[in-house]
Design a protein around this ligand. Structure first.
Ligand code: ASP
Length: 591
């Protein structure tokens, strides 16, 4: 018997191996909490029963690795520890071996106050011994396994794709690996296996998946990692719904392993609707949607408020916030990031006083109760004159600016007042499919269209004729799966015809020459009998983070990098020797 001792083991002989979590020396009796992967178990060493063992136990220090051999004993009723699963028993030690000593670590796995994160990352092996980290890593294992099992049961093959490859199309910067054999040339680490998985469809593996590392050299935001793990999949001949069902299936399995039952199918929403109702393409459905309230005002009201009458006026409602002080109201203003000519009206009381009829209507339309916070966002009178290339879209760029400003504010207010509205409960999982994205976004700086998803996404069949004449109006067969305001993953039905692929490259401003040099191998592959296909990729780290209730991706990645893309434990990246550089034909330019 070893590890995970339980009351049923009472009376049995057992061996317990693990770390000294804590030692309490009561003179004749020494108690040691021994920690292994299954938790903590108390062992007891008595001077009277065995003086030699007792002497050895006096040498024990935190994090020593020991083996204790003895008999499992039911604890006396008054010494039972209800807080741990092994709290009803203890091991009475007959033989004790010190398997290894330990330096006193910079922090202890049992510490209640968490060490500074830099310290935790530098001594990650100590940090990973903590109960919370053991839980998170086990959760990660279980979630991956559930996803693999589910996908295998549906006929998917897990197939590996290369890490040393060439630039892929996700639009971030590549991590490069120099070639020694061909100096001056570089492999790129894949930003995703996108082209390989499409080529696997051309190769006849009609259901592919891979839980795979991807590498993107981006300026890191709080919840990004330069290398991260995707659940990547692709299938031949699917309607989007087939991809969605597959994702819903594996998410159900993954959430079940963490003890959560989720409801499928997930609701679906057009991109345009998401923008109009939530101001964002990844709506958090736990908070109320916007209410359009322009019609609650008279034209005269709007004029007095210097509000643009042609643009939307939206009300954001956050429930149960209660009366706000002047100062608290003032704090809302800096949270508002105005896009275009968007304006905020954070003092609804003032609006109500000045325009009582509008106030009554807005309360009614938005369903606002007494303690609910109402904030209005509108266009300023002079905004909205627009000759933007996407002007003909259902949601025009000027409208988008208002919705998007309101959308960000809604999310920030939701977070700020989470304790008051109480709508963010762990276990309340609101999934959503967002569909029918625009195919292209207009890059204002470069004054050109860029792919909103990636350039291998198929346009809607019905919008093909607009590819050249009106790219802004082309919708993509792309979809995102969203959970509680987080994008878990995105995917699309792909282009499977070479002529259309060329047209897309052209619409993106790529010359024939450029397209050939970057993706020539793929354009060629498309010509050899490519089945229609589509797929998706979801972020595994993020899913585990949500399931573990963790605050950051670093809590669920065994060996993560810092915001400066450093691994503090191994101290990477590092300089390399001149000899290595010479061999690679690389010179380093001092900056
Ligand atoms: N390769 C895409 C990404 O990483 C996902 C997909 O389209 O399947 O975002």
């Amino acid at each position: 018997m070893c590890g995970a001792l339980r009351p049923a083991d009472a009376g049995r002989k057992a061996v317990l191996m693990g770390w000294v979590n804590r030692r309490r020396d009561l003179g004749n009796l020494i108690f040691v909490d021994v920690r292994d992967r299954s938790g903590v178990t108390q062992i007891v060493i008595s001077n009277e029963a065995n003086a030699a063992v007792h002497r050895k136990a006096e040498l024990l220090r935190n994090e020593y690795v020991i083996a204790a051999i003895g008999t499992v004993k039911q604890r006396a009723a008054d010494t039972i520890n209800k807080n741990i699963p092994t709290g009803e028993i203890e091991l009475v030690v007959e033989e004790l071996r010190i398997l290894n000593e330990a330096k006193h670590p910079p922090f202890l796995p049992g510490d209640t106050v968490l060490a500074h994160e830099e310290m935790r990352l530098k001594y990650r092996y100590i940090d990973l011994r903590r109960e919370a980290m053991q839980f998170n890593i086990e959760m990660r294992h279980k979630v991956s396994l559930a996803i693999r099992d589910y996908l295998a049961s549906q006929g998917f093959f897990e197939i590996e794709t290369p890490f040393m490859t060439r630039s892929t199309p996700e639009g971030a910067r590549d991590y490069l690996v120099p070639s020694r054999v061909q100096p001056g040339t570089f492999y790129a680490l894949p930003q995703s296996p996108q082209l390989f998985k499409q080529i696997l469809m051309i190769s006849g593996f009609d259901k592919y998946f891979q839980i795979v590392r991807c590498f993107r050299d981006e300026d890191l935001r709080a919840d990004r990692q330069p290398e991260f793990t995707q659940i990547d999949l692709e299938m031949s001949y699917p309607q989007p719904e087939r991809v969605w069902e597959t994702v819903e299936g594996f998410l159900t399995a993954a959430f079940k392993t963490a003890g959560h039952k989720i409801t499928t199918p997930f609701p679906r929403m057009d991109y345009d609707e998401a923008i109009r109702r939530y101001g964002i393409d990844k709506p958090d459905l736990r908070l109320p949607a916007f209410t359009e309230v322009r019609d609650c005002f008279t034209w005269d009201d709007l004029e007095q408020l210097a509000i643009n009458q042609d643009l939307p006026v939206v009300a954001i409602r956050i429930p149960k916030v209660g009366e706000l002080s002047r100062k608290e109201r003032d704090d809302i203003k800096p949270m508002f990031i105005a896009k275009g000519g968007a304006r905020i009206f954070e003092d609804f009381k003032r609006i109500e006083n000045k325009f009582p009829a509008a106030g009554v209507n807005i309360r009614k339309e938005s369903g606002a109760g007494e303690g609910d916070l109402l904030v209005l966002v509108a266009g300023s009178a002079q905004s909205g004159k627009d000759d933007h290339p996407a002007q003909k879209r259902k949601v025009t760029p000027a409208e988008l600016a208002i919705y998007a400003s309101a959308g960000l504010l809604r999310v920030s207010l939701g977070q700020k007042y989470a304790a008051k509205h109480g709508l963010f409960q762990h276990g309340d999982f609101r999934f959503l499919w967002v569909t029918n994205f625009p195919m292209f976004e207009y890059d204002e700086t470069d004054r050109r269209w860029v792919a909103a998803h990636h350039p291998f996404t198929s346009p809607h069949e019905g919008d093909m004729d607009k590819l050249e004449s009106d790219p802004g109006m082309v919708r993509a067969l792309a979809y995102d799966v969203v959970l509680n305001g987080t994008e878990l993953g995105s995917g699309s039905i792909r282009i499977h015809r070479q002529d259309i692929q060329r047209k897309i490259f052209h619409a993106l401003g790529m010359t024939e020459e450029e397209a050939r040099s970057r993706f020539g191998f793929f354009l060629e592959a498309l010509e050899y009998g490519t089945p229609p296909h589509g797929g998706i990729a979801l972020g595994l780290d993020r899913i585990v983070m949500i399931l573990a209730g963790a605050e950051s991706l670093r809590e669920v990645i065994p060996f993560p990098k810092t915001a400066a893309a450093k691994d503090l434990m191994v101290d990477a990246p590092t300089r390399v020797t001149d000899a290595q550089l010479r061999e690679l034909g690389i010179g380093v330019v001092k900056r």
